[in-house]
Write a protein that binds this ligand. Structure first.
Ligand code: UDP
Ligand code: UDP
Length: 394
């Protein structure tokens, strides 16, 4: 108690300073009843203090029989000390808001929730993997300097981690010619249909490979597209894995929808060549789940975005779109299916029309696509990065 009390008094003094985040590591099991009660009272008095339980390794060592309990405790702490570093590192991970260069302050709930649970397998892998990154020879990233100037500068000048490996921004990466041939496919392909639509008139709607939307949300999206009055190409997914998708579009979309939008709306469950779509002059907006590939494709081809992130890192990516100025993100739009979280068709229609008519966003999207072209051209930033990377291989 003589050691514990001054610490807990210091903690109380710190806590009364206001804006200080405090974590207290408690070594368990506690030695005495007095200690246990003292901790309980401390955490009850300061609910903002984060309690980190440090479970000591058991001391089942016959040679220690008869040793003074104080010395035994010391020995137990000493033998468990190697566990403390990882415990604190895990607990500190995403404990509060974080600042990301270029996109600003990120509320703690933007990254995936699972990262706040240090015991989850994903988080353990993520942290172990993250530590290894500092040890590797270099990092290739599918981005380009003009898209994320501050983030790249921060990674390169050691602001994030001193001695961080070299970062080669070599994007935007473009698909191979073979992909393109498949895309242009038959006369019934979306690309052929796009060919019949006026320039910049079509909203392309796709939410990525992993997002199977709930039926009621799919119908609201349909209602929104219909009410927007815009032309649209919509990739609908009702299952996480497309080979499981045996549903009929007309059942999914509801009676009469396909008939009502005939001619101005094309709906498909098939894999489309998205790069060919985004490259097409008829496309004027991409309503997207904000997968990183999708965002770099949209940026590369100058298509303004309406961001509707679903999971994983997508809310962080939506921030990149917003800070890059080439799209709009309605932050309260969610996919969680919770009470009152359904995004209504009327609001979707309104935002679609808003971005379609936003001159500033479309000018910025165009500018970024010009920057993308410059980046990969001879002498551009991505081209130079690629050369630097190649030089490290020789
Ligand atoms: N203490 C107490 N009640 C008791 C015994 C001790 O509050 O019945 C507190 C005392 O106020 C002091 C601490 O426990 O803050 C004991 O620390 P100290 O350094 O005086 O003695 P130690 O027991 O560590 O030799
Ligand atoms: N894609 C495509 N056709 C589809 C669906 C997706 O070509 O019907 C491509 C898309 O262009 C992108 C990739 O698949 O390159 C999806 O990656 P992204 O990071 O955008 O999202 P994810 O699905 O991995 O979340």
């Amino acid at each position: 108690m003589g050691h514990l009390l001054p610490f807990s008094r210091f903690i109380a003094a710190l806590a009364s300073q206001g804006n200080v985040h405090i974590s207290v590591v408690t070594a368990l099991p506690t030695v005495s009843q007095a200690e246990a009660e003292h901790f309980a009272a401390l955490f009850a008095a300061f609910p903002t203090i984060r309690r980190i339980d440090f479970n000591l390794l058991p001391l089942d060592d016959a040679t220690l029989a008869g040793t003074d309990p104080f010395v035994l405790r010391w020995e137990s702490l000493r033998r468990s000390a190697h566990l403390l570093g990882p415990l604190i590192a895990n607990a500190d991970h995403l404990a509060g808001d974080v600042d990301i260069p270029g996109i600003g302050r990120i509320p703690v709930d933007y990254p995936p929730n699972v990262l706040r649970n240090p015991d989850s397998l994903f988080t353990k892998q993520f942290i172990a993997n993250g530590r290894e990154i500092a040890e590797i020879d270099g990092i290739l990233v599918n981005t380009f300097d003009a898209l994320e100037p501050e983030a790249l500068a921060a990674l390169r000048d050691g602001k994030v981690v001193p001695g961080f490996p070299p970062v080669y921004a070599v994007g935007p990466l473009k698909s191979t010619a073979t992909d393109k041939e498949a895309a242009h496919g038959g006369a019934s392909s979306p690309i052929a249909w796009l060919g019949e639509q006026p320039a910049r008139s079509v909203v392309y709607v796709a939410f990525g490979n992993r997002n199977a939307a709930a039926l009621d949300q799919i119908r609201e999206i349909g209602a929104g597209l219909e009410a927007s009055g815009c032309r649209f190409l919509w990739v609908v997914k009702t299952t996480v894995v497309d080979r499981d998708d045996t549903s009929e579009l007309k059942d999914v979309l509801g009676d009469g929808f396909l008939e009502r939008v005939q001619g101005r709306g094309l709906v498909t469950k098939e894999w489309v060549d998205q790069e060919a779509v985004l490259q097409h002059p008829a496309v004027g907006l991409y309503l997207s789940h904000c997968g990183w590939n999708s965002v770099t494709e949209s940026a590369a081809y100058g298509v303004p975005m309406l961001a509707w992130p679903t999971l994983g890192d997508q809310r962080l990516i939506a921030k990149v779109i917003k800070s890059g100025g080439f799209g709009l993100w309605v932050e309260h739009w969610s996919w969680d299916g919770g009470e009152g979280s359904l995004v209504r068709g009327a609001e979707i229609a309104e935002k679609v029309k808003e971005v379609m008519g936003d001159e500033a966003i479309s000018a910025r999207a165009k500018e970024i696509s010009l920057e993308a072209t410059k980046a990969v051209a001879e002498g551009g930033s991505s081209h130079r990065s690629m050369q630097e990377f190649l030089a490290t291989l020789s």
